[in-house]
Design a protein around this ligand. Sequence first.
Ligand code: S3P
Length: 422
Amino acid sequence: MSIEIKKIKYAKGELTVPGDKSISHRGVMLGALACGTTEINGFLKGADCLSTIDCFKNMGIDIGINDNTVIVKGNGLYGLNKPDRILYTGNSGTTTRLLCGILAGQSFDTSITGDASICKRPMKRVVEPLSLMGAKISGDYCPLHITGTKLHGMEYKMSVASAQVKTAIILAGLYADGQTIIHEIEKSRDHTELMLGAMGADINVNGLDITINPQKELSPQKIEVPGDISSAAFWMVLGSIMPNSEILIKNVGINATRTGIIDVLSAMGANIKSENIRTAAGEPVADITVSTAELHGTVIGGDIIPRLIDELPVIAVAAVFAKGETVIKDAQELKVKETNRIRAVVDEFKKCGIDITETDDGMIIHGGKAIHGADFKAYGDHRMAMSLTILAQLSDGISTLDDTKCVDVSYPGFFEHFYKLG
Ligand code: S3P
């Protein structure tokens, strides 16, 4: 469904964003591998996480959903059944790549595939390290065929900063016959390590090094999923730029591996306050207030990139309204997301007269100039659709967006919040 978007005058209000996508996926997966009942509160009922639930139901796991609570009755690490169909992961890179790590060490064979976008996303990045552990996975793109086999521990230096790749190796490490050591090149989100530690796994993290030992059993947990900072990011940018605005976003996850958006917006001059900081089921959480500020350009690159990779399209929106130049570099990973997000941002932003240049690993934006609305294309990518909606709310005149449905992947209810604030 397409939508018409007009410039708004202010953004005021309070909201709670849906649960964290990464933690919701991991809750279901690790809950399915634990011995007993895992209760997940605040679960994100987005299309991606529902794909994860479907895959595990197809492997015999009893999973119930009641409102935002999910109950997973885990059968233990060796309690999955051979599915009677190809596992379908929809649009979800996290489901696809993490499943590879779990399925490689099973005693049965499986096949995985997803939608048109998933079938174009690189899987070699998980297939290659898992093969070094003995995994038998055919194909560098979906559909993948996985022949379950015995896995070995290994020492591995990652070549890409990716939590999905790291987690796939950690999960395979649970099934290996010896210790697995992973050296990250940059710190990526660590929800798997935290959750596995809480479930009693023998996992040790020392800076960029992770050691995981084979596991006999995981203990089920009660998991409280905080609001997704990647979803809160849209309102942080809107509230910073829109005149006369103040937005309170309650119960947002502020795990240090995810807070690059707060660091960057603050460096650009934003007014962002984190209050009522607490810990819920091992993850730090806060209420975040953002109010109007004068933003200025900045340089974003290096090891902050994995801490804000999903927020870069909306950070680019902030850069459009910031005075001066913003350079986004070292972000070539954007090219292999749900769409090529460097190309998509540059092409769509140019439609409004924005001074933006594509580079090999990012983009350069000269901000602070008047811009007009346009007819935007989301490329079926949830984060593009939401970033372009924020851009449209801030642009003169009327804009259109070709696809609103795709936001359901990570933020069902996004447009209700959009109307509530505007
Ligand atoms: C995720 C890791 C990131 C992120 C994705 C979710 C995860 O992907 O972009 O939305 O839950 O592990 P990469 O591992 O490809 O960086």
